[in-house]
Ligand binder design. Structure first.
Ligand code: MN
Length: 498
């Protein structure tokens, strides 16, 4: 489900023909070596492709347009080895539409003190040429990433790797299709939003289907297919009967297996990548999709509860951005539920009615069957687990009426202090940065939702860069946040983004 293209990034080195053929041959040789070493490093998640040195307006324009047209090209990395007069870049940059990285590096790590002369200086003047190039990109108001340092430095390579994932998020955002099988929960504000504006800004297609149309797909799933999936569940998860009759329990599990298969087939057939449900509008469905939605999220689908298409799209986006992360810890839809205000143990218990993605689970995963306190359907089965420890980010995309704002909070997940044997849902427990008091105060001042898209495998920088590429406001709540500064930031941003 997560499969994306075999993306590549183009490496374009800038220069000019003032320096003579020998110098240009060295420029090309150096950039080829950098590309080869970057690819050999094993640090980058995607391949870098060397392109011939850009020395004229015509070639720059042609190369950027080829990058636009190449379906596998997810971005261009630019570097000025020598001085490259920046007016030559105007037309190409004007027409370029994909993510742009300005790698401010140079071939040599150290100044060659014993041999350095003016020929060396003229051939190796990135410090000079990259400033000329940076100027025109700034003057043109083009959003780009600037990474500074020697190309062999692991920190530089890791920053390039991190940016590549943001670039994939930018490219893939325009393909996200969200299926709503119910409208927004009545009277709820924060899950609402302008779907036309979301299509314009992010490229998202958000469509509604009558719940009973997808129910027909569920009803069409054969008993054989359903039973095979139930067997898979029983082999994979612990079964917590808690006094229920084993056969009756299994029938409840089978309802979710049928929903998983029916929903997945419907989503595949219609090419959707995220799904939104609402416990109050289930048509002919026997249970609120719980286990079924959890499994779909695990497969890479985005999800939002109660009609929340913005969070559903964000969960899908963040799952794509983290695809192939080594030792990934998971990405899920989340909801702020209950606080612990005990001094020294403050934090937020995260959960949802049912739908938490098992990719974030730590340890065994169990199936439980319990009544739902809301809605009017039979007891739904759900996967229950606790989550991994460690750092993550919680993101909330809100619509302020005239614009979108992305709120990004660094959080630290810790184990629940004690088991909660009566709680029949998966949980995570996190402490927002800089602490619960300031973190939650800032979140509320920013208008953040109770629903979030959460990931252990992305950074605030990556999501903020994605927001910048989309042309929307991003605010960060992290270890450096103070309320006085944060309120000013919101006030100033309200002037900028109007
Ligand atoms: Mn909810």
């Amino acid at each position: 489900m997560l499969a994306t293209k075999n993306y590549k990034f183009w490496f374009c080195t800038g220069s000019q023909d003032l320096y003579g053929d020998e110098c240009l041959a060295n420029v090309a040789e150096h950039s080829k070596i950098i590309v080869a070493k970057l690819n050999e490093s094993g640090v980058l998640p995607f391949e870098v492709v060397w392109k011939p040195t850009l020395i004229t307006n015509e070639l720059i324009r042609k190369t950027f347009n080829e990058a636009n047209m190449d379906e596998e090209c997810a971005g261009v990395i630019t570097w000025m080895h020598t001085f490259s007069p920046a007016k030559s870049w105007i037309l190409g940059l004007q027409e370029y539409r994909k993510p742009l990285l300005h790698l401010h590096t140079q071939f040599n790590e150290e100044i060659p003190y014993d041999t350095i002369d003016m020929d060396f200086m003229n051939e190796n003047q990135s410090a000079h040429g990259d400033r000329e190039y940076g100027h025109i990109v700034t003057r043109m108001g083009i959003e780009r990433k600037v990474i500074v340092g020697h190309w062999a430095d692991i920190n530089v390579q890791e920053r390039i790797a991190s940016w590549m994932r943001t670039a994939i998020g930018v490219i893939e955002s325009s393909h996200i299709r969200v299926m709503r099988i119910a409208d927004n929960m009545r009277n709820v504000a924060v899950t609402e939003g302008d779907k036309v504006e979301a299509h314009l800004k992010f490229g998202w297609e958000i469509d509604a289907y009558p719940v009973n149309e997808i129910n027909e797909s569920v009803a069409a799933v054969s008993d054989a297919d359903t039973n095979a999936l139930v067997e898979e569940y029983y082999s994979k998860y612990d079964i917590l009967l808690e006094g229920r009759d084993p056969e009756e329990f299994k029938k409840h599990v089978a309802v979710q297996a049928k929903i998983e298969l029916g929903f997945e087939r419907f989503l595949e057939e219609k090419n959707y990548h995220a799904i939104v449900t609402h416990f109050g509008d289930l048509g002919a469905l026997q249970q609120l999709p719980g286990l079924a939605i959890q499994r779909l999220m695990e497969k890479g689908y985005g999800f939002g509860g109660e009609g929340d298409w913005k969070t559903a799209a964000m969960v899908r986006l963040m799952k794509i951005m983290t695809q192939g992360v080594k030792n990934a810890k998971g990405t899920s839809f989340m909801e702020d539920y209950t606080y612990n205000f005990v001094k020294g143990k403050e934090g937020i218990l995260q959960a949802h009615m049912l739908e938490v993605c098992p990719t974030i689970a730590d340890g065994p995963i169990s199936i439980k069957c319990q009544p739902l306190s809301m809605g009017d359907r039979e007891d739904p089965t759900r996967l229950v687990f606790t989550s991994k420890e460690g750092h993550g980010i919680a993101c909330s995309l809100i619509d302020l009426g005239n614009r979108f704002r992305l709120i990004i909070n660094d959080v630290n997940c810790v184990k629940n202090e004690k088991p909660m044997p009566k709680l029949p849902v998966a949980t995570n427990f996190w402490v927002p940065e800089p602490n619960l008091y300031t973190g939650a105060e800032a979140w509320i001042l920013a208008g953040g939702a109770h629903h979030t898209a959460f990931s252990y495998d992305l950074t605030a920088e990556q999501m903020g860069d994605w927001a910048a590429a989309m042309g929307i406001e991003a605010v960060y709540i992290d270890k450096d946040t103070t309320i006085r500064q944060f309120k000013n930031e919101l006030m100033w941003n309200s002037v900028v983004y109007r």
